[in-house]
Ligand binder design. Structure first.
Ligand code: NAD
Length: 272
């Protein structure tokens, strides 16, 4: 069984409770974030889709999670039950981590304009963008004293990344939704931000054609010349979800070793 990430212990999240949505296995970005929050004293609930329960429970138990909640984001009855269970077991919460996305992998390849069907476009948008709006609305009802929410996005929202296709459109919607939710919930002292992570080897990435190339080129052309680490993403999550991030909301923070800001990589600069 995978070990929990070995992270320094602290108390930045002591006394805070929250929901982690999107752990599928030990490679999941949500798992890295959960380890970081637990190491800083947070009390966590994990949601999962039924097919992942066998993997998710033993992982959560490693870091002291006792509350496991089935939640299928396309199903209103499932979401009603999930947030009812969260309310019963936690009462109020302080934070929400949304790390959920899905698209048919047959449409994460080749031509966007040729390969995108109405059915998969709508399903991808539902799971990858609308679900954050829905979860945020439900979670804010459990945050009477304010709170913090994050979602996970990718550079394919801003720039054309080969094969990312419909997921890029979903991430653009997700980032815009982040700003609108942040505006709406700001008066309730709830902060809402997105982390734009560089490519990391997970189940989701495996669904994208040439996902490995996204990682390799991220490393080659990033300012830091290294892979994006899940620890780096988790560190940013800790900042945004703890009181350290108290004045930041409606932001999309890039955690990608500085890949997003390179216009023309030096390696391609001379007559390539
Ligand atoms: P992952 O496959 O480990 O996580 C995706 C999660 O989405 C899984 O836990 C899965 O169960 C959940 N999910 C899918 N459909 C669902 C549904 N209908 N209802 C409820 N949950 C559902 O992969 P990951 O890379 O950790 O992805 C987490 C987030 O990070 C996603 O939003 C992804 O787009 C984003 N992201 C990933 C990368 C990367 O390179 N891996 C980079 C930037 C952003």
């Amino acid at each position: 069984m995978a070990e929990a990430l070995n992270l320094p212990k602290g108390e930045l999240m002591k006394g805070k409770k929250g929901l982690i949505m999107g752990v599928a296995n030990h490679n999941s970005i949500a798992w890295g974030i959960a380890c970081q929050l637990a190491a800083q004293g947070a009390e966590l609930a994990f949601s999962y889709i039924e097919a992942m329960e066998k993997r998710v429970r033993p992982l959560g138990e490693q870091i002291g999670v006792k509350t496991f909640i089935p939640a299928e984001v396309t199903d209103d009855a499932s979401m009603d039950a999930a947030f009812a269970q969260l309310k019963t077991e936690f009462g109020e919460i302080d934070f929400l981590v949304h790390a959920i996305a899905f698209s048919d992998k047959n449409e994460l390849r080749g031509s966007f304009v040729e390969n995108t069907t109405r059915e998969n476009f709508l399903r991808s948008m539902d799971i990858s963008a609308f679900s954050f709006v829905d979860c945020a609305r439900r979670a804010q009802a459990l945050m009477p004293n304010g709170g913090s929410m994050i979602t996970l996005t990718y550079l394919g929202s801003e720039r054309v990344i080969p094969n990312y296709n419909v997921m890029g459109v979903c991430k653009a919607a997700l980032e815009a939704a982040t700003r609108y939710i942040a505006r709406d919930l700001g008066p309730q002292k709830i902060r809402v931000n997105a982390i734009s992570a560089g490519a990391i080897r997970t189940l989701s990435l495996a669904g994208i054609q040439d996902g490995r190339r996204m990682i390799a080129q991220g490393r080659q052309f990033s300012a830091l010349k290294e892979d994006t680490s899940v620890e780096g993403v988790a560190g940013c999550a800790l900042w945004l979800l703890s009181d350290l991030g108290r004045s930041t909301t409606g932001e999309v923070v890039h955690v990608d070793a500085g890949f997003h800001m390179i216009g023309l990589p030096e390696e391609l600069g001379e007559g390539a």
